[in-house]
Write a protein that binds this ligand. Structure first.
Ligand code: AMP
Length: 191
């Protein structure tokens, strides 16, 4: 099954995407992780990406679309995947829809994580202390949440208009959120 999780930074998407992927045997495709690994590898591309990530800005659409096109073709994605962090803009969503139509693998479930910005900010500050991610600095957090509302909420509306969207209450504990996801996945016919 092809699953998409939309939600602001700090909503717990990564944690839940990871759990779904391991529970059901799907690939967890987290674009932020792929980009951070590219930066850490110190390649020419990584050096270009670093300032963008550090500032909490978005990487250009064409680069992200190409990255996803290649990632979806990898063997571990054959049984299904959970997309986490992509698409973040309408052009990315349109490119994804086209790509999936071409390979005959439409999205089986699209989740929107519902959570207040205040809770996200609190969680991201906690993570900054624990993990020291450079883009969890206060200015970058504010930038990333603002970009979510401006550019990614239209993506949420795009899938809502297609009748695809299921809202998930993302403020409770990891365990409770996962239980809600499992119920929704069962309804979508995954398990
Ligand atoms: P994340 O771990 O999903 O919060 O992503 C970390 C950073 O990677 C973001 O703040 C962006 O700079 C970049 N990034 C991740 N996914 C995308 C995407 N789909 N489009 C553009 N930039 C992205």
């Amino acid at each position: 099954m092809e699953i998409l999780i939309l939600g602001p930074q700090g909503s717990g998407k990564g944690t839940q995407a990871n759990r779904i992927a391991s529970e059901y045997g799907f690939a967890h495709i987290a674009t932020g992780e792929i980009l951070r690994a590219t930066v850490a590898a110190g390649t020419e591309l990584g050096r270009r990406l670093q300032p963008i990530l550090d500032a909490g800005e978005l990487v250009p659409d064409d680069l992200m679309i190409e990255l996803i096109r290649q990632r979806l073709a990898e063997p571990d994605a054959a049984e299904g995947f959970v997309l986490d962090g992509f698409p973040r803009t309408l052009p990315q969503a349109e490119a994804l829809d086209e790509m999936l139509a071409e390979i005959g693998r439409p999205l089986g479930a699209v989740f929107e994580f519902l959570i207040g910005d205040d809770v996200c900010v609190r969680r991201l500050r906690g993570r900054a202390e624990l993990e020291g991610r450079s883009d969890d600095a206060p200015e970058a957090i504010a930038k990333r949440l603002a970009l979510y509302h401006e550019l990614t909420e239209p993506v949420v509306e795009h899938y809502r208009a297609r009748g695809r969207l299921v809202g998930i209450h993302a403020e409770p504990s990891v365990h409770e959120v996962f239980a809600e996801l499992q119920t929704a996945l069962e309804r979508a016919g995954v398990a």
